[in-house]
Write a protein that binds this ligand. Sequence first.
Ligand SMILES: Nc1ncnc2c1ncn2[C@@H]1O[C@H](COP(=O)(O)OP(=O)(O)OP(=O)(O)O)[C@@H](O)[C@H]1O
Length: 374
Amino acid sequence: MTESVKFGGDTDPPTGGPRDAPSAEPSDEQSDERRGPIDDEVNSATDAETEHESAQANTIVEARNLTKTYGSGADAVTAVDGVDLDVEPGTAVGVLGPNGAGKTTTIKLLLGLVLPDSGEALIDGVNVLDSPRRGYRAVAAMLEGARNVYWRLTVRENVRYFARLGDRPADTDRIDALIEQVGLSDKADTTVNELSRGMKQKASLACTLVRDTPVVFLDEPTLGLDVESSLELRRELRTLVDEEERTVILSSHDMDVIEAVCDRVVIMNDGRVVADDPIDELLSVFRTQAYRVRLDGTLSVETKTALESDVGATDWVEGGATTRFDARTVRGEQFHDLLATIRDSRATFRSVDLLEPDLEEIFLEITDGGGEDR
Ligand SMILES: Nc1ncnc2c1ncn2[C@@H]1O[C@H](COP(=O)(O)OP(=O)(O)OP(=O)(O)O)[C@@H](O)[C@H]1O
């Protein structure tokens, strides 16, 4: 969901004035999720009392020992298990993990959409459960793709509607610019239910970004987008962080998106945070350098087997008198061993090129294979 209204793929258009508190989207999670507009929020005096004196002065999103178990007894599933998180303003944090790792539940807990069994979530120092209205003022979120937008409204009507929910409503130019940015200018006056899935996703994104909130949560933002739109979105998200100092927290299975957008990566597995590092550090800690090797000549079966086990040689391309392979896991001095092995063979080097480290390999290594269904 994007934010402040009740969502549904084919819900009626909003008829009343905008409300500025989110509600959970329709789902089978009713017993666990907060429902409906949050009318019971206490007044600002109580808000002040509940305001968190953050130990981390420079933190805009905080999770403190968040834990959530769905179901009970033999059916109990601990989706989130003691998650701590501190996010600095003006950074982009990627949340990675295999299916069922607890990413979406963590985001819903941070948004106050799911009630934790224990722990607390704070946005801009405000406890989102105690003071949802104040917490949500700082946040826009897009969960589960296009379920947040009103399908019977046009793209422009949707974006305009969500724009009005902000403290500083976007003007027509900004609305048009956002619609153009997500590549929907020629569909601006088309009702959302006439759009393709990818276009619905784009409309949903425009609605999320239009409120100019300091914090933006995006769950799988590139799902359903074509390559060009996905690249454009990465640029847009990075601009939000670099030029507007907004904080972006996104979950994605798309490693390229995470690498392109995020300063930091949180990797989850079985409801726990198993790695939380600046992206560069993560890449270098696990860096086994990868090289593409081109040879004149061919290699014996024994040499190939040795290269496969020693330096992760893979993707063999052997044609006539040439050989090409990628050595995927070359650590430090192993590079010299690789050179020596080739020199001892009948082949000679044509070229050796450094390959970019692959975040996906790192992620799979950390999560021990990444779960059954990946
Ligand atoms: N409403 C619910 N009722 C019962 N179990 C749930 C509910 N929501 C999530 N779960 C379970 O909690 C665990 C974590 O789910 P969650 O959706 O948070 O993971 P995820 O990392 O976002 O997964 P994915 O990458 O597949 O979206 C899973 O085992 C899931 O089946």
